[in-house]
Design a protein around this ligand. Structure first.
Ligand code: ZN
Length: 484
């Protein structure tokens, strides 16, 4: 029976142990339930951080513990894993996430990090050693650069404002940060520049076709050439006698002006006073040649010892030799026109001069000298030039100032359309000349019938006491009224 008592005791002990074990498990479960243990994070620094662009960022970190209702916080720090990075070279908001694992569960917390730009740009002013402002430009910028950590080079965005005694430079970066710097201007104690008028300050010259102003030089107080800044006002019309003023000036950037002047006096080329012949005189004049009949005309004039005047053109180069022949025979040669094209000749003063001097050159080739006698195509009273208002008024004045003498006529032969009969031409001339002591007769030696009329006129003139002369500078011009 001892055996069975021992077995009974052992069974009782096992039951007691089981009961105790179950009680312990229940108690432990109750404790855990009531304790409600979880994870708590402690964050170093702010959970919403702001850091400057480009700064070195160090995560301040966190630590984590478990915490329960009954036993409070644990001593032991839980391992924490952190996720996310902050790039301070890029503006924006970054999230850092910290995670701890406890009781098969992840617990986490976040931190916001804002990377911002609150640093204004930098403006660096340059200084040139020994620099002095000048009268011309005032203060000339010595230079500057502007840069910003975020935007880089901002030199081109700098606003520069010139104030009385300083210059202000302002620049703003893309994040609205503004920098203002100022430069004190050096004391400005320069001498004003000097204008040197080249050549005569009071220039007197005879009327001519070309005037080239000798100009002026400008130097500043330091001897620098400022001639590029010279402004020239006024001009000389060298073919009109008169007083002209040329003004030279230099104006600084600050609006200060210095000036000097040249006075140009254009005087007429001197010529003799008109002398009206005392005796009965006929000036036969022939326009528009030389031509095929000019030689015949010269023969007739020679035979009677009469002198005439030829206002020549360049229309038929085959007969240019007749110009020289007439000249050597003692006749007067005057310019009529090179082209005889009214629209071309009267287009402008310069166009007239060009045509005129073309003819002058031909005359010089044939005679060895230039002439100062001429007749306007169409006469000075012409209206064919009306397309250019006032041109005849200007040309009669200019050509006279230039020393030329123009001749119109007071006897018209009628050979330019009124008749084609030599007898009628001769009658017209005789009738016209009979009414006055001194006559200038207009004929055209490119018209055969007009040349044919000449011998009859010469005979009539000799019988009636007239002498036939070539025009000279002092002969009566028989000027018509200018109509344009
Ligand atoms: Zn003509």
């Amino acid at each position: 029976m001892a055996y069975s008592r021992e077995r009974k005791r052992a069974r009782r002990g096992l039951v007691v142990a089981l009961v105790v074990l179950v009680w312990l498990l229940i108690t432990a479960a109750l404790i855990l339930l009531v304790d409600g243990r979880t994870v708590r994070f402690y964050i170093y620094g702010e959970d919403d951080m702001t850091v400057e662009y480009g700064s070195a960022f160090q995560d301040p970190g966190v630590y984590a513990v478990t915490v329960g209702n009954l036993f409070g916080e644990s001593e032991k720090h839980l391992p924490v894993q952190s996720l996310g990075t902050v790039d301070t070279r890029r503006l924006g908001v970054y999230i850092l996430r910290y995670t701890a694992r406890y009781a098969f569960e992840d617990h986490s917390i976040e931190r916001r990090v804002s990377v911002v730009d609150t640093t204004p740009p930098v403006i660096e002013l340059k200084h040139i050693a020994g620099y002095e402002p000048s009268w011309m430009t005032g203060y000339a910028e010595e230079g500057y650069v502007a840069y910003d950590a975020v935007d880089g080079d901002l030199t081109g965005k700098v606003r520069r404002v010139k104030l009385d005694d300083r210059v202000q430079y302002t620049v703003t970066d893309t994040n609205g940060n503004t920098t203002v710097v100022e430069r004190e201007l050096p004391n400005i104690s320069y001498q004003p520049p000097k204008i040197t008028v080249l050549g005569d300050r009071d220039l007197v010259m005879q009327a001519t076709l070309w005037y080239e102003d000798p100009g002026a030089l400008v130097t500043d107080g330091l001897g620098n050439d400022l001639s590029d800044y010279l402004q020239v006002e006024g001009s000389v019309t060298p073919w009109f006698a008169g007083d002209y003023t040329i003004t030279y000036s230099v104006t600084s950037e600050l609006g200060e002006t210095i000036r000097d002047e040249r006075h140009v006096t254009v005087v007429p080329v001197p010529g003799p006073e008109t002398v009206t012949p005392a005796e009965k005189t006929i000036y036969l004049t022939f326009d528009d040649g030389p031509g095929p009949y000019t030689g015949r005309l010269l023969d007739v004039l020679d035979r009677y010892g009469a002198k005439a005047t030829f206002f020549v053109t360049a229309q038929d180069p085959r007969y240019f030799d007749e110009i020289g022949r007439a000249f050597r025979a003692g006749h007067a040669i005057g310019v009529h026109t090179g082209s005889h094209d009214y629209n071309q000749i009267y287009a402008s003063e310069l166009a007239f001069f060009e045509d005129f001097y073309n003819m002058e050159e031909i005359i010089r080739q044939q005679t060895g000298e230039y002439t100062r006698l001429f007749r306007f195509p169409g006469g000075s009273s012409n209206t064919v030039s009306n397309f250019n208002p006032g041109i005849m008024s200007r040309l009669t004045r200019a050509m006279t100032d230039l020393g030329y003498r123009y001749f119109d006529w007071n006897v018209y032969s009628g050979d330019a359309g009124d008749t084609t009969k030599a007898t009628q031409v001769a009658k017209n001339i005789k009738d016209g000349c009979a009414q006055q002591k001194v006559s200038v007769v207009l004929q055209h030696d490119i018209k055969s019938f007009s040349v044919d009329a000449v011998e009859s006129v010469l005979i009539w003139g000799r019988e009636n006491g007239y002498s036939f002369k070539a025009l000279q500078l002092d002969s009566p011009g028989m000027h018509h009224g200018v109509n344009n």
